[in-house]
Design a protein around this ligand. Structure first.
Ligand code: FPP
Length: 238
């Protein structure tokens, strides 16, 4: 890849969109699009490792996705289970830590058990982090943070005047993970869709028309190259 390593993002977040459209175009049921999307997940985890991206956050299931047809939800859940079963070895081989952000307690008990076990088994790894957003919503995350902060205030451990950006950041689901530098969304939609609302404040956004099941390493490289040419000013004059 033609990018100086200092210009490679440390953290990439992805809205993996377009699985349904991909399936429809081929006359297949939606779940086939999600299955093909799981292959893209494997390719992109590998691509990030090779490019030197340390953190990868994937929007796999939103708090809003619970309204989808029951068979699509159960299909996605079993896909998640098989994905974990088939890919945990690769996490160990490459010393990648698996983390979940979201309301994990909303997930089926069997999935929760599998996720918690895999998170525990990989928690010591520091080569990279794969963060799956599951039953995740940016507003829900902020609501959960506000509730925890309000409890601290109620117990007299914190004064409202002491609340800063850092206080809120410290109560997010993965407080030690640095904010994403680059957010990629596939399938051409120009929306944040309630993804990492706090953390994406200064992220560079990259939208591609490629549908998620077609997204491969070359598309990831194109996104990283585009990112490497951006000038991030963080409110300064640059
Ligand atoms: C959005 O496409 C995609 C999802 C809601 C699910 C993402 C899930 C995967 C890629 C599968 C497996 C994930 C892991 C981590 C193993 P959409 O269904 O909204 O597509 P559409 O907008 O074209 O209908």
């Amino acid at each position: 890849m033609n990018v100086d390593s200092k210009n490679v993002p440390q953290h990439i977040a992805v809205i993996m969109d377009g699985n349904g459209r991909w399936a429809k175009r081929q006359g297949l049921p939606r779940i086939k699009g999600h299955e093909a999307g799981a292959e893209s997940v494997r390719a992109i985890v590998r691509g990030c490792r090779e490019a030197g991206v340390k953190y990868l956050t994937l929007y796999a299931f939103s708090v809003e996705n619970w309204v989808r047809p029951k068979d699509e939800i159960s299909g996605l859940m079993s896909l998640l289970r098989t994905f974990l079963e088939n890919n945990e070895n690769e996490l160990h081989e490459n010393q990648i830590r698996l983390r979940i952000i979201g309301r994990i307690n909303d997930l089926p008990a069997l999935i929760q058990r599998g996720l918690k076990r895999a998170m525990k088994a990989t928690q010591q790894y520091t080569e990279g982090e794969l963060i799956l957003a599951l039953s995740y919503g940016g507003r829900a995350e902020l609501v959960d943070a506000m509730k925890a902060i309000a409890e601290q205030v109620k117990r007299g451990e914190l004064k409202p005047a002491q609340i800063t950006d850092e206080t809120i950041a410290a109560h997010l689901y993965a407080p030690d993970v640095p904010d994403p530098d680059l957010m990629i969304r596939t399938s051409g939609e120009m929306r944040l869709s309630n993804f990492l609302l706090w953390q994406l404040s200064y992220a560079e956004l990259y939208v591609t028309d490629v549908l998620w099941p077609d997204f491969r390493e070359e598309h990831l490289q194109a996104a990283i190259e585009a990112y490497s040419k951006r000038h991030r000013r963080f409110g300064d004059v640059g």
